[in-house]
Design a protein around this ligand. Structure first.
Ligand SMILES: Cc1cc2nc3c(=O)[nH]c(=O)nc-3n(C[C@H](O)[C@H](O)[C@H](O)COP(=O)(O)OP(=O)(O)OC[C@H]3O[C@@H](n4cnc5c(N)ncnc54)[C@H](O)[C@@H]3O)c2cc1C
Length: 502
């Protein structure tokens, strides 16, 4: 295919959802153009920044081996892989979203997950086991837990590289530095896309459009308007390009706003991390997730959460938001030498920023905080630590008494130098605001009827995630709704070309 001015399917965005959509439409025989707002070097959206963890339903190790054929019999014999059924996946979505996820969309995601990941494999995406984050070793066996045993080879970078390679191989056209700015319709049907290409405006004729260009997490003004004023200050963990363009274009055509527009996923991240994701440093390298082994203090020297309320999987998304509420949106995780060797690998990266000193007094001298209050809080915490058996691999119940907030598990006095303070702030992952789609990925209008020729996938789909999401479901949702959108758009174009009413 050469660059042309008319396409069957124009896909807006070039992350995981968009590229899956492009592949599905192209394999159905349609001409496809992918528009990427970023340069070639900054392609791939948030998907590029991921650790590649991807959540799907499976029966047993044999299902996993279909995706990872290089897994030898010998290696497989050492693996304990409990079933993760579609019901388990559905229940996890409902549990973390407080039951708010739209059942039809959640069911589509879980029911199509295995078939879709197998399809990705067929298109050259490679997978591997996520031993380090999702398994533990006991008596020579690796026990996988949590329903998330697989990640893409070479994390998000590997995923995006593989999808682009396949799209190019199949003859999908890809235009970089090409920002979609407006959608046009004729007789109520999508007819063209207006593109700002390196400051030149171009109109491309399109029989259908798939919007897969993220939510509005990288748009300060929209964050402030929809999530809250404080959110202007959040660090953007991924791409700078997801500024709500697709949502704005879809709403202008009468799409129904859907999902939790006032919500987003966020975490505690290095205070000195880049303000938006740095494409030269992908991977989830700035998070700071060992706080259950520490206490966190704000600038006023006050604690503000129960750091040991639960394992980090269950608290990190909530605590990102709590950090944002603190003065100057900063907190300090304090560790002593007893726990320093136990900290997660991100604490040992060159990118990790921290203060270190031999005594707490010297440490506090280095911090821009209320020094007296800071030392008093640490002393009060140390006094409140109860005796008990300390074990960071289980909820050990080793807690504090008589302080607010309490520390419910893993409470050790902070007393052995050297001491460390890791400054953290809030990093937004993605916002939950989207548009309403059906299980064919058609964008619906205010009357819940399809807007002819308009489809959406990925972060743009509202109503699946509220408050939180089960890790690894962002990529899976993008793949499932992306593939669905590509297939549906291809079918729509075929019917349109043959004048069959849709
Ligand atoms: C640091 C980090 C780690 C993560 N780790 C994981 C993980 O391990 N597993 C997981 O499941 N999820 C993870 N997530 C969440 C995951 O990244 C998202 O859920 C998912 O990648 C969204 O995919 P998408 O295709 O919808 O959007 P994106 O991948 O963000 O793609 C959007 C695309 O649209 C383009 N675009 C935007 N506006 C326009 C426009 N006007 N015109 C043309 N193009 C436009 C962007 O440049 C980009 O190419 C992580 C997120 C971050 C930030």
């Amino acid at each position: 295919m050469s660059n042309q001015s008319s396409y069957d399917v124009v896909v807006v965005g070039a992350g995981n959802a968009a590229l899956c959509a492009a592949l599905a439409a192209r394999e159905a025989g349609r001409t496809v153009l992918v528009l990427e707002k970023g340069t070639e070097r900054k392609r791939g959206g948030n998907s590029y920044f991921t650790d590649g963890a991807i959540r799907f339903a499976y029966n047993d190790i044999n299902d996993i081996r279909q995706l990872i054929p290089q897994l030898s019999d010998e290696e497989a014999d050492k693996i304990v892989m409990p079933e993760y059924s579609t019901n388990d996946y559905y229940d996890d979505i409902m549990r973390v979203t407080g039951g708010k996820s739209m059942p039809a969309l959640a069911n589509h995601l879980v029911n199509e997950s295995y078939q879709t990941i197998s399809w990705m494999k067929g298109h050259g995406v490679e997978f591997e086991l996520n031993y380090s984050n999702q398994s533990f070793e006991k008596e020579g066996q690796f026990h996988f837990w949590g329903g998330l045993p697989v990640k893409t080879h070479n994390i998000g970078m590997g995923l995006i590289k593989a999808l682009f390679a396949r799209a190019e191989e199949l003859g999908v056209d890809i235009w970089y530095s090409s920002k979609a700015i407006e959608l046009k319709t004729e007789n109520g049907k999508i007819s063209s896309v207006i593109v700002d290409q390196s400051n030149q405006t171009i109109e491309i004729s399109a029989s259908s459009v798939i919007l897969a260009c993220g939510s509005f997490e990288a748009n300060k003004q929209m964050r402030s308007e929809h999530i809250g004023k404080d959110w202007e200050a959040a660090i953007v963990r991924g791409t700078e390009y997801n500024t709500g363009d697709g949502l704005t274009m879809a709403l202008a055509l009468g799409a129904q706003k859907y999902g939790e527009w006032s919500g987003c996923h966020s975490i505690g991240t290095d205070y000195n991390a880049p303000k938006v994701g740095d494409f030269t440093k992908p991977g989830d390298i700035f998070k700071k997730h060992s706080y259950p082994l520490s206490i966190m203090l704000n600038k006023e020297g006050e604690r503000f959460v129960d750091e040991g309320a639960d394992f980090r999987n269950y608290t990190y998304a909530k605590y990102g938001r709590e950090i944002l509420k603190q003065p100057d949106h900063v907190a300090y995780q304090i560790y002593d030498q007893q726990v320093r060797p136990m900290l997660r690998k991100e604490y040992n990266l060159d990118e990790a920023t921290y203060y270190q000193a031999d005594s707490l007094e010297q440490l506090v001298e280095k911090l821009p905080v209320n020094k007296e209050s800071f030392l008093n809080t640490i002393a009060a915490y140390n006094d409140a630590v109860e005796e008990g058996y300390y074990n960071p691999t289980v909820k050990d119940g080793k807690s504090t008494k008589g302080i607010t907030p309490p520390k419910t598990n893993w409470a050790l006095p902070i007393e052995q130098g050297p001491f460390y303070a890791f400054p953290v702030t809030c990093g937004i992952t993605f916002s939950f605001g989207g548009v309403l789609v059906n299980t064919s990925s058609e964008v619906l209008n205010e009357n819940s009827e399809p807007i002819a020729g308009l489809f959406a996938a990925g972060e743009m789909v509202g109503g699946i995630f509220y408050e939180n999401y089960p890790g690894g479901s962002g990529l899976m949702s993008g793949a499932v709704f992306g593939k669905t959108a590509g297939t549906s758009a291809a079918r729509y174009v075929e019917r349109k070309n043959t004048n069959i009413p849709s």
